[in-house]
Design a protein around this ligand. Structure first.
Ligand SMILES: Cc1ncc(COP(=O)(O)O)c(C=O)c1O
Length: 368
């Protein structure tokens, strides 16, 4: 028995990728494994995603490019984030492709590629409305793409964009962004048909085939998380991660006795309280204080009292069969009951991405 473990179902990653690949028809699937695979463990999930039909990988940072590039040397890798000059060297050494959206940065990448003795493969980023990374002037994007294609030290591998509202019910802004990107993509293809144009994240893949282009960059869905924050089963996606611990102690609480820092919960009647050795040091957010359920013996039990760094407490009720050593599930299935990351996210008024990314390195990730 372990104090805490995140069980990672790599078969589910494979199945989710196969599901997305079927949706994509001809377009390539690029598995996004940044932030340690959204907290699921990047190496194992990347491997499973490739088994499931992904043909490319993407990360955000130079450190991630180094880790993934070393492990998957023959798989095309894109580093999507902004990079410092030093990080450009790291990313090129890792064999990764890079994002470019400014002429001065394009020249820097060309210069660094020359010193490495081989071409750098670049993807020119169009900010079609995300308002974050990328160049928002379509003419400049096309000029930059030409400059990359004509530079002896660069290879123009792609032109791309990212949606701001693919996961929202209203499609008007999504359609606007798509329309803008379609024009740029058509101009790129007219000049250079071999250059990959790409835009879709998980939500876009599932909502609109027009967004698929040559490749989709999917993260959240490959981990079996619902990009629309409802239920992954709505899209035939299988949750990949479960967060498990155990009941370390079971104690009798007379009415009025309190659990945890600040006495934020007091037993309303005589009851049993279970202590679970897991807390915000593991990424179980303190805002779940008096605001979550935990599964023990296939039943939901309310988390009561303040979540501390290493412990949390459950109200097991006036009569209980729960014993020390019983498994406690914070995210995942136990018997007929299931707590989805989406439920935890709703309670925290955030998104499932943040829930799994928050699980700290103190919790070992183990393949199930
Ligand atoms: C540029 C870019 N593309 C693709 C993705 C994958 O998005 P999702 O996890 O929603 O599929 C991300 C993730 O945030 C991203 O930043």
């Amino acid at each position: 028995m372990e104090r805490a473990v995140a069980r990672i179902d790599h078969d589910a990653v494979r199945a989710n990728c196969a599901r997305l690949k079927a949706e994509l028809a001809g377009a390539e699937l690029c598995a996004v494994v940044k932030a340690d695979g959204y907290g699921h463990g990047a190496d194992g999930c990347a491997s499973a995603a490739l088994d499931g039909g992904a043909t490319r990988l993407a990360v955000a940072t130079a450190g991630e490019a180094e880790q993934i590039g070393r492990r998957f040397q023959h798989v095309p890798l894109l580093t999507m984030g902004a990079l410092t000059a030093e990080e450009v060297d790291v990313v090129i050494s890792a064999g990764s492709e890079l994002a470019v959206w400014r002429e001065d940065f394009r020249r820097l990448v060309a210069d660094r590629a020359r010193s490495h003795g081989h071409k750098a493969r670049v993807h020119v980023k169009y900010d079609s409305g995300m308002g974050r990374l990328g160049n928002s002037d379509p003419e400049e994007v096309l000029a930059l793409a030409r400059a990359c294609a004509e530079d002896p030290d660069l290879e123009l591998a792609g032109v791309w964009t990212h949606f701001a509202t693919a996961d929202e019910f209203d499609s008007s802004y999504f359609d606007e962004q798509l329309g803008r990107f379609e024009e740029v993509a058509a101009a790129v293809k007219a000049e250079r048909p071999g250059v990959a144009v790409h835009a879709a994240n998980s939500a876009a893949v599932l909502r609109d085939k027009r967004s698929h282009f040559d490749m989709a960059r999917c993260g959240v869905a490959i981990y079996g998380l619902d990009p629309f924050q409802r239920d992954p089963a709505d899209h035939d996606l299988r949750p990949v991660l479960s967060l498990r611990s155990h009941v370390a102690d079971v104690k009798r609480f007379p009415a009025g006795a309190s659990a945890g820092y600040g006495r934020r919960w007091k037993a309303p009647v005589d009851t049993w309280v279970g202590v679970v050795p897991l807390g915000y040091g593991d990424g179980v957010r303190r805002a779940l204080t008096n605001n979550a359920d935990v599964l023990v013996r296939g039943r939901r039990h309310p988390l009561v009292g303040t979540v501390s760094m290493d412990n949390l407490t459950l109200d097991l009720g006036p009569e209980t069969e729960v014993e020390p050593g019983d498994e406690a599930v914070l995210i995942g299935r136990q018997g007929e009951e299931e707590i989805l990351a989406e439920e935890v996210a709703r309670r925290l008024e955030t998104i499932n991405y943040e829930v799994t990314c928050a699980i700290s390195p103190r919790v070992p990730r183990r393949s199930r």
